[in-house]
Design a protein around this ligand. Sequence first.
Ligand SMILES: NC(=O)c1ccc[n+]([C@@H]2O[C@H](COP(=O)([O-])OP(=O)(O)OC[C@H]3O[C@@H](n4cnc5c(N)ncnc54)[C@H](OP(=O)(O)O)[C@@H]3O)[C@@H](O)[C@H]2O)c1
Length: 330
Amino acid sequence: MFKALVVTKDEDSGKTSAGVQEIAEDQLPAGDVTVAVEYSTMNYKDGLCIGPGGGLVRKYPHVPGIDFAGTVEASDDDRYKAGDKVVLTGWRVGEAHWGGYAQKARVKADWLVPLPDGLDTRQAMAVGTAGFTAMLAVMALEDHGLKAGDGPVLVTGAAGGVGSVATAILAHLGHEVAAVTGRPETAEYLKSLGASQIVPREEINETVKRPLEGETWAGCVDAVGGAMLARVLGQMKYGASVSAVGLAGGAGLPATVIPFLLRGVNLLGIDSVMQPYDNRLRAWRRIASDLPMDKLEAMVHPATLSDLPQLGADILKGQVKGRVVVDLNG
Ligand SMILES: NC(=O)c1ccc[n+]([C@@H]2O[C@H](COP(=O)([O-])OP(=O)(O)OC[C@H]3O[C@@H](n4cnc5c(N)ncnc54)[C@H](OP(=O)(O)O)[C@@H]3O)[C@@H](O)[C@H]2O)c1
């Protein structure tokens, strides 16, 4: 028997509820590698899966947790053996498949990545899907020409998980980072991660009629979407790129094509879930080399399984700062 956060659904009312339960190993789903999970984390999607489901969860009872890191306990796949340290993000684990909010997980070997040199399992989950996605977003900007010295790079939703990690990586790489936040009280925190400028959310959330404004940003990691992304497109420098990561502010995009046509602005889609294996390895190696571990530690809030229902509700309200690290043995 082992501990897990289990979400159940009342068929009559349709309401879900989440609580810590003991479950048996033979209840685990099919898969070729069994992992003793050491750490997991909390992402926006986890908030949805702990709560009402957001259309992501296929069937109940369900174990959420879209990412985890731990040690292989048993493997039917040649690539992994007992004792190997591994990380998992994406592949709809924690949504369609039982996830990391349990002391054991059983998954497909294809979904795993060996823990990169230079990171332990706790640090890997301090990074988690949010940080992994932030690195994918930075790599996409670099692949489209961004280099240090090009000018300020904007990070939206900066005090959240994706935004905090993107801020720390970009600052470490020598970029001037402008951090957009709706929480003025996080200004010191964002500066400690390396932001040199704080942009109040309301300054950039307001819709303007003009499709183009002054050329301000050399790049952008956008965790917010919606009206803010539309506005930012019109503020990009000639030929600059925006990595579209999230929709914390809305899935719509009330924009014109003018920034693409007159300024050669690029809108780059970032998906962490189905990301090919080689690029996963590349991103994890870059995280180990380009994310300062003291900055990562400053983002961490420790948690245990029983804290997750409350934290899930908090993240849906945009009230979680930085990165939650869930200790499965805590
Ligand atoms: N593409 C992918 O593969 C991928 C992977 C991971 C996450 N995501 C998405 O990326 C987004 C961020 O994820 P996360 O884990 O970083 O979540 P998070 O920790 O909740 O951060 C989101 C941040 O966005 C800001 N925000 C929240 N509501 C807002 C609103 N109405 N208007 C403007 N800003 C708002 C807040 O930052 P401030 O308080 O600083 O303003 C909040 O902290 C989510 O939409 C998530 O689904 C996508």
